[in-house]
Design a protein around this ligand. Structure first.
Ligand SMILES: [Zn+2]
Length: 164
C-alpha cells in the first residue's frame, strides 16, 4: 500500500469523493473513511455513485502529491458525506454477521464430528471385547482396531485444529 491518497473531483459542482490510498495488490482503493468506525468502505460504493451523479461533467483525478488535492478537500463539498458513517456501519455489521454465521456453521460441523466419534468409539469398544477364535480372526480384529483408532485420532486432530 503506497501512501499517496486520491480524490476524484468535479469542478463544475465543486464536489469531490475520496478514494484514499490505492492497493496495487488488489487493485482497489480504500474508499471513503469513517472516523466513527476508524475504517474505510474498501469498495467503490461512493465512487460509483459519484460517477453516476456527475456523468456529464469533466472530472479531475488528483493525488495528495499535488497542491490542488488539498485545495479541493478543504474547499469543495464532500460528496454524500453524511451517508458515509451509516454505510460503513451497515457494512461492518454485515461482516460481523457473516463472521458469526461462519462460526455457527463451524460449531455445527464440530458437533457432528463429535457425534461420529462417539459412534466409532462404541464400535471400537465392541471390537476390543470380541474374542478371537483363529489367527485370521486376530488379524481382522487388529485391522479393525487400527482403523477405529485411526478414525478417532483423525477426528480429534480435526476438532483440535478447528478450535484455533
Ligand atoms: Zn458535477
Amino acid at each position: 500500500m503506497r501512501n499517496t491518497a486520491y480524490v476524484l473531483a468535479c469542478d463544475a459542482d465543486r464536489t469531490f469523493t475520496a478514494l484514499n490510498r490505492f492497493d496495487p495488490k488488489t487493485s482497489t482503493f480504500e474508499g471513503e473513511y469513517s472516523l466513527l468506525h476508524n475504517t474505510y468502505s474498501n469498495d467503490g460504493f461512493f465512487l460509483y455513485r459519484f460517477l453516476i451523479a456527475h456523468r456529464d461533467h469533466p472530472l479531475v483525478f488528483l493525488d495528495s502529491g499535488s497542491e490542488r488535492y488539498y485545495h479541493v478537500i478543504h474547499t469543495y463539498h464532500h460528496f454524500q458525506e453524511d451517508d458515509i458513517p451509516k454505510y460503513i456501519e451497515e457494512k461492518v455489521q454485515q461482516q460481523q454477521e457473516q463472521q458469526h454465521d461462519l462460526m455457527a456453521k463451524r460449531s455445527v460441523g464440530q458437533i457432528q464430528l463429535l457425534i461420529a466419534k462417539k459412534m466409532i468409539e462404541k464400535e471400537w469398544e465392541s471390537v476390543k471385547n470380541e474374542v478371537s477364535r483363529s489367527e485370521r480372526d486376530t488379524y481382522i480384529l487388529l485391522g479393525k482396531d487400527w482403523a477405529f483408532g485411526w478414525s478417532v485420532r483423525t477426528i480429534n486432530e480435526i476438532v483440535e485444529r478447528g478450535n484455533h
